[in-house]
Design a protein around this ligand. Sequence first.
Ligand code: ADP
Ligand code: MG
Length: 253
Amino acid sequence: MIAVRDLRVSLGGVTVLDGVDLDVAAGEWVTVIGPNGAGKSTLLRALTGRTPYAGRVSLRGDDLGALRRRERARRVAMVAQSPAVPPGMTVREYVLLGRTPYVPPLGRESAADLAAADEEIRSLHLAAFADRPLTTLSGGERQRAFLARALAQRAPLLLLDEPTSALDIGHQQDVLDLVDRLRRDRGLTVLATMHDLSIAGGYADRMVLLAAGRVVAAGTPAEVLTERLLATHYRARVRVLPGEHGPLVVPVR
Ligand code: ADP
Ligand code: MG
């Protein structure tokens, strides 16, 4: 679905991504982990084409840099780490923003756009909130609205930047189970970043460990979530225990 080769990004004169290679197959869920400042958010932003980069990103063989903005948005949807919450906008209006790449310039949303937004509102259990201002939703409800907007874009590749970091453990599982179900039902490809390593390992097919702008490990959750790698790159003291759905990473004092 996406192939990244020698991706380099500089921000304010500082090299933030330094030769990243990454492949995600169609239908796969890959999660990028790494300490604060490793470049995870920058990586996802570059893959939407909104951050200038050097190197090559191809989407099903097409060069991302050569695609027009609307075409890119039809292929890649992203939920940012802390999306802006436009004041006064209702949930329905917000989810409709996901249809922007389908609305003709100077045109209006079509009946099909309104139907697509309503379908996502239903699939993310937001019908009861549709006419409420987004600002009045709880953290978990808001996160579902962010996801609904991205899904309304109907892009086959979904980028999720720490989709659960503002949520309690139950809502984290709700959101990730929902994403996993949508992935299976719609054949979506998911590239996410996540901080909770046990939860990350429970949902990903593969993981990539990013440190200081480079990929330092990649493989199955069991291959990446090792005491040695986490000690080296997070300077964390942890025990890794075998779990039902992947390794469990337990901090030790
Ligand atoms: P992560 O998501 O892994 O925590 P980020 O991708 O947000 O990391 O940031 C990676 C590095 O890039 C950090 O050191 C951050 O300070 C730096 N950075 C991000 N945006 C800018 C910017 N606009 N100008 C300069 N440095 C930036
Ligand atoms: Mg980040």
